[in-house]
Design a protein around this ligand. Structure first.
Ligand code: SF4
Ligand code: SF4
Ligand code: SF4
Length: 292
């Protein structure tokens, strides 16, 4: 417990202004996503990988369109005028942030032109071992990695294939490779001083009793876990959505190992601004948020 407390204070600099890491900030601090990263290098069975898919909390995200790094400066200047509370700028897809060079170009622009904004990214973690140093050098302090299983027998039911260094790995081979890179990447990220949040999509038929194992695996190197309910779609459209009871049971079990984030309402890929109740309701109804 003491150790966990000291980890929390070590990371306070990065989490005190970030609404995805601090439930108290949800109604005070805004964040914006820049949808600059369209391609993905793995195939999650619940995700249609195109404009309209998403990697971080933003499922079922719909980025209205892909933004080019050259458009970012003007877009940010305009957005900051409208939203003085904006403190965090994230890249969360709609594909995998690390599989698109535009992500790095964009963060370089943000780092240079808007140095006061907190930079954040989410990734499936496949390329994390390769890029963790580069992420730290870009002054990114918080990263989210989606880990849906650390048992390859389970993960092979969630991810159809993994594309890595010009080769495609199917089934169990892909699952093993992804798990290996996620573990290595998250460990390295911790060593670089990055704050790591683990996102886990709760898929009752597949990982209901396994989420706590994920929490345990990363208890000493991650800061927070965010369990998000499956939205049954695409190749998982026949699976069930977790009930509220299942979600709270899984969060309670996992909390013994890793602090749980419970306020996430799953914003869209291009969501910007403050996350108020009203916006969440509109979000759920699939209406456009206040951008573009
Ligand atoms: Fe979709 Fe994210 Fe999975 Fe890629 S990693 S397939 S964007 S959910
Ligand atoms: Fe929040 Fe994830 Fe976006 Fe970061 S990338 S701002 S954690 S939703
Ligand atoms: Fe981040 Fe989820 Fe909160 Fe949106 S609702 S700011 S994605 S934690």
């Amino acid at each position: 417990e003491e150790e966990k407390e000291s980890r929390r204070s070590k990371f306070a600099h990065a989490t005190k202004v970030h609404p995805c890491y601090n439930e108290k900030l949800h109604h005070k601090i805004g964040r914006v996503h820049l949808p600059v990263a369209p391609k993905c290098n793995i195939a999650c069975r619940f995700c249609r990988r195109s404009v309209g898919s998403e990697c971080c909390e933003d499922r079922p995200a719909v980025a209205s369109r892909i933004m080019k790094p050259s458009e970012v400066e003007e877009y940010m200047t305009e957005t900051l005028k409208k939203m003085p509370n904006l403190k965090v700028v994230g890249i969360a897809g709609p594909g995998d942030s690390l599989f698109n060079k535009e992500t790095f170009e964009t963060f370089e622009i943000i780092d240079e032109k808007f140095p006061d904004l907190v930079k954040c990214l989410s990734t499936n973690g496949l390329l994390l071992p390769k890029y963790v140093k580069k992420i730290a050098d870009l002054n990114i302090k918080t990263i989210t990695t989606t880990v849906n299983a650390i048992d390859p027998e389970i993960l092979k039911e969630i991810v159809d294939w993994v594309y890595y260094e010009k080769k495609t790995y199917k089934g169990i081979d892909g699952a093993k490779l992804l798990i290996k890179n996620q573990k290595e990447g998250i460990r390295k990220a911790d060593q670089e001083g990055l704050v790591v949040k683990i996102n886990t999509v709760l898929i009752p038929e597949l990982n209901l009793n396994h989420v706590k194992d994920i929490a345990k695996e990363f208890e000493d190197i991650a800061y927070l876990q965010n369990v998000i309910p499956l939205i049954p779609m695409y190749k998982m459209d026949h699976l069930s959505k977790p009930t509220c009871e299942e979600i709270s049971k899984v969060r309670d079990e996992s909390e013994e190992h890793l602090q749980q984030f419970r306020a996430c309402q799953q914003c869209r890929a291009d969501a910007a601004g403050l996350l108020t109740e009203k916006e969440h309701l509109e979000n759920k109804k699939g209406m456009k948020l206040n951008i573009y």
